[in-house]
Design a protein around this ligand. Structure first.
Ligand code: OAD
Length: 269
């Protein structure tokens, strides 16, 4: 079990390259072996090596190329439903083609090995953790392969049985119950996260011994508060990301490497 912790604000050891890097990785690996409860908290970066674009990377990120107000808000959808629908159709097609990589597989194998409780809390809507075999997955921002009624008319939240989304029509199909347009079952800007899922993620974060944060800029709230909850609860915080993140200052270890490279060795038996 992790031991004493230093104060919240301080620089953490960084694994870049060389012997010092190996020492940071070894220490983080030991924390992850010893921990009885672990939360793996992921963002878009964990899917980057599966070919899915992140949001805020300078040249390749979706929000560097597209307007989130037009494409990821209810107002944007109401203003131009066909445009938003087609944009999500393209992203769904990319997700359908993508395959989980060695990093996703390492997380799933770590959970399957048993001996500890592992919760994967993800901001991603691509389902790659579940497809890799992770079982305890909390999806904070929804699932791009599901749809729901724009007016929330009381149909079950997930009505993917309502139509074949792989045959994507050009316009949003009507809700089978009330006729309002169907929309992607993802959380848009200005919307609340699914309450029960967020509460469970907060509970897991507060109770864990170690939190492994992978591929998130940690800029979007309330998801970005989960690492703070983990630190406050006394957990070791390990950040895997090739770039700086907003939570580097409170991390116990920062591993500056891509997920598919870092995770298999970090989570090895
Ligand atoms: P961001 O695009 O903000 O951050 C992605 C992070 O992944 C960055 O820190 C990158 O350096 C890192 N990264 C890039 N390639 C990587 C790799 N191969 N391995 C590991 N890390 C890598 O994405 P999120 O933090 O997930 O919200 O964004 C949070 C939310 O903002 C998203 O869920 C989405 C977006 O608006 C909603 O859709 C509600």
């Amino acid at each position: 079990m992790p031991g004493e912790h230093e104060p919240m604000k301080r620089r953490s050891p960084v694994a870049e390259t060389g012997i010092a890097a190996d020492a940071v990785v070894a220490r983080a690996r030991a924390w992850l072996r010893e921990a009885g409860r672990v939360v793996v908290f992921t963002g878009a970066g964990v899917s980057a090596e599966s070919g899915i674009a992140t949001f805020r990377d300078a040249l390749t990120g979706l929000w560097a190329r597209f307007d989130p107000q037009a494409l990821a808000t209810e107002a944007g959808f109401r203003a131009d439903p066909a445009l938003v629908w087609r944009w999500y159709a393209e992203r769904r097609a990319a997700v359908a083609k993508a395959r989980p990589h060695a990093g996703h597989a390492a997380i799933a194998a770590y959970e399957a090995r048993g001996g500890r409780r592992v919760d994967v809390v993800t901001q991603n809507v691509d389902g790659l953790h579940r497809r890799a075999g992770s079982r305890n997955v909390l999806e904070l921002h929804g699932d791009i392969t599901r749809v729901k009624c724009l007016e929330g008319c009381g149909t079950p939240e997930s009505i993917d049985a309502a139509f074949d989304w792989r045959g994507d029509p050009r316009e949003p199909p009507p809700c089978p119950r009330c006729g309002a347009p169907l929309r992607p079952d993802v959380v848009w800007f200005g919307e609340f996260l699914p309450e029960a899922v967020l509460a469970e993620a907060q509970r897991a974060a507060s109770a864990c011994d170690a939190m492994l944060v992978v591929g998130t800029s940690a800029l979007v709230h309330p998801a970005a508060e989960l690492p703070m909850l983990a630190r406050r609860g006394g957990a070791r915080l390990i950040v895997v990301d090739p770039a700086e993140t907003a939570i580097d200052d409170i991390a116990d270890a920062r591993i500056r490497a891509p997920a598919a490279v870092a995770l298999p060795s970090l989570l090895a038996e």
